[in-house]
Design a protein around this ligand. Structure first.
Ligand SMILES: C[S@@+](CC[C@H](N)C(=O)[O-])C[C@H]1O[C@@H](n2cnc3c(N)ncnc32)[C@H](O)[C@@H]1O
Length: 274
């Protein structure tokens, strides 16, 4: 069956009600942050780039009702869904704040902890965002963040690179896409440049397992978050052929291995404001 290249429209009515990237993407990193975050009463926590509030809700409940969580994101529909969750669960210690990480509408020194799960590379300027984190932390406060590292899904990217070069198509765009997330050392340098002292720089990785290449390319989250960028590397009239070839080669690989596992490397960083 041809690869379905019809775009998924995130502004479609009802999108946010079914949008749920947690099991596939956010949860492995978010759960690690929950292992490391200080959980004490009466603390003030900022969940930066909270999305639909996976961590905000956990942080609010786990650190007790006398702690306060500010959940911030520019995505108004996601914030509305978070408000519905909070109302339904009767959680009163989360304040939902629309805003951007590069210009936080929050006072200097007003947080003990800032948490950012897979958000730092979604902002327009990560360095400005990190400076803002430093500004809103109190002295001695901590920033905990997770991010993908370069090399995500390298098993798929290697196969795709082969397909492109066999057809005489350029691979530089794919290299740029694969490298976009940066390195552990790059994250460390960015945090230090923002005036924070890195206390933990942990490389981590999880696997996304699929039956085969067809299952990867038909997966809703892959179609939402990755497929459009992969397809855009190829002239429009060649897309069906190129992606069909990618699918076939991934299927061969899966048949040989019994499944198709894609690695997702990431970093967990903890930094402290002096
Ligand atoms: C990959 S999602 C992660 C969401 C959430 N932290 C989680 O773990 O499920 C990235 C989030 O960053 C948000 N975002 C995009 N631009 C932003 C900005 N300039 N400032 C803050 N958040 C931003 C997006 O709206 C999205 O909710």
């Amino acid at each position: 069956m041809p690869v379905d290249l019809s775009p998924i429209d995130p502004s479609a009515p009802g999108f946010v009600d079914i949008y749920d990237q947690l099991p596939l993407w956010s949860a492995p990193f978010g759960l690690r942050l929950l292992e490391l975050v200080p959980l004490v009463r009466e603390q003030r926590i900022l969940d930066l780039g909270c999305g639909t509030g996976f961590l905000s809700v956990e942080l609010a409940e786990r650190s007790g009702r006398d702690s306060r969580v500010v959940a911030l994101d520019p995505w108004s529909e996601a914030l509305e869904r978070l408000r519905r969750k909070l109302r339904f669960r009767g959680i009163e210690n989360v304040e939902v704040v629309p805003g951007r990480a590069e210009a936080l509408p929050l006072a200097d020194g007003s947080f003990d902890v800032v948490v950012c799960n897979l958000g730092i590379h979604n902002v327009d300027d990560p360095q400005v965002a990190l400076r803002e984190c430093e500004r809103v932390l109190r002295p001695g406060g901590s920033l905990l963040l997770s991010t993908n590292l370069s090399g995500h899904m390298r098993e798929l990217y290697d196969v795709y690179r082969g397909v492109l070069s066999d057809r005489g198509l350029p691979t530089e765009g794919l290299d740029r896409h694969e490298a976009a997330r940066g390195t552990l050392e790059g994250m460390r340098a960015a945090l230090e440049a923002a005036g924070l002292g890195v206390t933990r720089a942990e490389a981590t990785s999880f696997r996304l397992r699929f039956a085969d290449g067809t299952a990867v390319l038909e997966h809703w989250f892959i179609r939402l978050a990755f497929l459009p960028a992969w397809a855009a590397l190829v002239p429009e009239d060649e897309r069906p052929g190129v992606l069909g070839e990618l699918e076939a080669r991934l299927n061969e690989r899966a048949a040989a291995a019994g499944e198709l596992a894609l690695s997702v490397p990431g970093a967990i960083m903890v930094a402290r404001k002096p």
